[in-house]
Write a protein that binds this ligand. Sequence first.
Ligand SMILES: Cc1ncc(COP(=O)(O)O)c(C=O)c1O
Length: 444
Amino acid sequence: MLCLLKYRKEKPIYKFLQLKYYYNANIILTLIYSYAILKLEIHGNDVLDSKKRRKNTMRQVYLDNAATSRPKPPAVWEAMENYMKNIGCSPGRGGYECSLEAGRILLETRVLLKDFFNIPSPEQVIFTQNITHSLNMALKGLLKKGDHVITSSMEHNSVVRPLRNLEKTKGIEVDFVKCDEKGLLNPQLVKDKIKHNTKMIVLTHASNVTGTLMPVEEIGEIANEEGLLYVLDTAQTAGVYEIDFENLGLDVLAFTGHKSLMGPPGIGGLCISRRAAEQMEPLIEGGTGSRSDMEYQPDMLPDKFESGTMNTVGIAGLNAGLKFINKTGLQNIRNHEKQLTERFLEGLKKLPGIIVYGPGDPELQTSTISISIKGLDMGELSFMLDYQYGVMTRSGLHCAPLAHKTIGSFPEGTLRFSIGYFNTTDEIDYTLRSLKEIIDYNLS
Ligand SMILES: Cc1ncc(COP(=O)(O)O)c(C=O)c1O
């Protein structure tokens, strides 16, 4: 590692690349990574050779579960393989056996989701590509010219960007209620923003930057008292926390399949109340396999919002992910992640110069932890953790610039560790040791 640091620091490209992590941290990191690998390949015998990345033999610790969960339970890819090998037909498009079998997978998964989130009926579960798609559908389909919408300053860009676009193009008014420096939202501030044309509250269940949990029950009460539509982004909580659609009084529960629901990428969805389904315009229209005589989009659920051939292979994977969670127990998953979060937070306290963003309390946050270290660049730290120790993290702004402005880490961003169900105590301790070595070397 000493070699690598010295080598990199004397190169002009190192200084150049340091400049603008926040514009696109991933591209910059990819460039640094590619550059380092290229140097290894071109100068097989140069200074880096003796310190060649130990990737093949080195242990790997995946701590980017807030981006996507990894690994997936084997049952997930087995179910997908089974669909591809033995079924492979389009659901709702034919009366032959494999098409019926594909339809059965869809229906069974809708029922699994209905039970999982306590949705009144399975047709209120709509499949999409991911939660970004679901949130776009809800925001663009429900908000009309002149409406006012309230959200928080901890939202992901999948809420912020559609809202900013609607503000600009459709004259929708948006209020971003400021959370405190730990990302905590005061429900009273939301209440204070309500006015005559307020139509909706849209909120993330937990921040993808700090893990801060939002007061979703209190906000649900406010929305219900005031007769507002209530849209929840569960990207960071579904599959770890109990989320009860009926109890929370939700109109739209948006979910993504590839994070803690353990499914593959490319599958997500939304669960929708009857009143929201009536008001919501579909984002796309087309073939549904039903009412083919009609030139207009059918009104019935889920067809109104599900046009085009479904991602049945993704749904088969999500189906297996949900069964895995049900078998393991949501509480066991949460307890495991909470225990590791506690251990990691305690360990961080013993390291010099670390700033932990967010509550720093496993009761008030998910297993996502953001840090910065005075005197160190977080993009480089993320690179070194991976390159030298095999610890995978994410640095930068995490598609949530407003959240970073709220917690005071804009524009540099933070280094994010996000723990998942398959992480172990040993991996947490190894990560803490790796961090310590880097800090000791760089800051001593
Ligand atoms: C809070 C939050 N909302 C939305 C998203 C977008 O998820 P997807 O890329 O699956 O659409 C993410 C992804 O990180 C997220 O953390």
